[in-house]
Design a protein around this ligand. Structure first.
Ligand code: IPM
Ligand code: MN
Length: 362
């Protein structure tokens, strides 16, 4: 039996509630007898700041360094809470971006996936959704505006100004494109390149590097699409896409749009992969407005477990079992409050986790 060390960072808001369900799922996988998990829980984000004065405390870093993979809940405080703490220690700037930087998790996989049985959750018309949605957004995660040079101050005329730069070099661009071409090669061999080269020089370089990298993947057909047009196309005809690749900020925005066409960001797990370490997280936020009420949808957190099993531990079979348990619970007519369509039996967070576990044990 192989043992895996997981750093479990419950995070803020609904994080602890949905992390609890992920734990149950891990326990159910252990019962199958092939894998054993050692989970070390650590504070991260707003909760960590309140406890230690640091959003990404030293001790949490050590636990993450020592882990085989990191499973992380959403982080973030309400605006009122965030306004109380120094800007550099706010959970996004003080914890999440440093985590991405520390482990150089440049490759962000965001599957926008709605199988046929769940197609009714999409707000799009049935004829648009057809047999469901299955596309993979690949977002560059450690470059661009998020990590470029930033400054703010007062100019000579006494006006407050801000400057932040969108920075990439060719190596950063090439490595994410290799990931995207690799995925496209494994899937339908069509790669949509999302860019804004009509305005942004960064996209001009991106597209040049893409031409070079594409030479190594002759079987993959590249289709170029400008980011704003991609937003429209995702709403009108998402089935034209399979693998999409884009820089950081575009990926942030379009992946939330992806959650929208599924019917809920609660259906968006994600994997953030670096050269030596990966972390897994829901693509949604910490939803402070519903925290503590036990009504959050744990699908993205449990789906993140599935991504971890497959990507970090190479356990395809267990990952499939988790996906099919997740789908099965919905297919049985259950839903969480965010997806309460007509006729569905609404489950709370723990109730949903229990149903997933029941199916895993069956
Ligand atoms: C995401 C989130 C983060 C981002 C926030 C929390 C900093 O929205 O993972 O998409 O903007 O990358
Ligand atoms: Mn986002």
């Amino acid at each position: 039996m192989k043992k895996y060390k997981i750093a479990l960072l419950p995070g803020d808001g609904i994080g602890p509630e949905i992390a609890q369900e992920a734990r149950k799922v891990l326990a159910a996988i252990e019962v199958r007898g092939q894998m054993e998990f050692e989970c070390a829980e650590a504070a991260f984000g707003g909760a960590a700041y309140m406890q230690t004065g640091r959003a990404f405390p030293e001790q949490t870093m050590e636990i993450c360094d020592a882990a085989d993979a990191i499973l992380k809940g959403p982080i973030g405080l309400s605006k009122e809470e965030a306004d109380q703490i120094p800007i550099d220690e706010q959970p996004e700037r003080g914890a999440l971006l440093p985590m991405r930087r520390r482990y150089d998790t440049f490759a962000n996989y965001r599957p926008v996936y709605l199988p046929k049985g769940l197609a009714h959750f999409s707000p799009l018309k049935a004829e648009v959704v057809g047999d469901g949605i299955d596309l993979l957004m690949i977002r560059e995660l450690v470059g661009g505006l998020y990590f470029g040079h930033k400054e703010r101050g007062k100019d000579d005329a006494g006006r407050r100004y801000v400057r932040e730069t969108l920075e990439y070099d060719e190596v950063q661009i090439a490595r994410i494109l290799h990931v995207a071409f690799g995925e496209a090669q494994k899937r339908k061999r069509v790669l949509h390149n999302v860019h804004k080269s009509n305005v942004l020089l960064s996209s001009v370089l991106w597209n040049q590097v893409l031409e070079e990298v594409a030479g190594e993947y002759p079987q993959v057909e590249v289709r170029h699409i400008i980011v704003d047009a991609a937003a429209t196309a995702l709403c009108l005809d998402p089935r034209q896409f399979d693998v999409m690749v884009m820089e950081n900020m575009m990926g942030d925005i379009l992946s939330d749009l992806g959650g929208g066409i599924l019917g809920s960001l609660g259906l968006m797990p994600s994997a953030c992969v670096g050269p030596d370490k990966a972390y897994y997280e829901p693509a949604h936020g910490s939803a402070p407005d519903i925290a503590g009420r036990g009504i959050a949808n744990p699908y993205s957190m449990i789906g993140s477990v599935a991504l971890m099993l497959e990507t970090s531990f190479g356990r395809v079979e267990e990952a499939r079992a988790v996906w099919s348990a997740l789908e099965g619970v919905f297919a049985d007519g259950y839903a969480t409050a965010d997806l309460a369509v007509e006729g569905a039996t609404v489950l709370d967070t723990a109730g949903f986790g229990d149903k997933v576990v029941e199916r895993l044990r069956a």
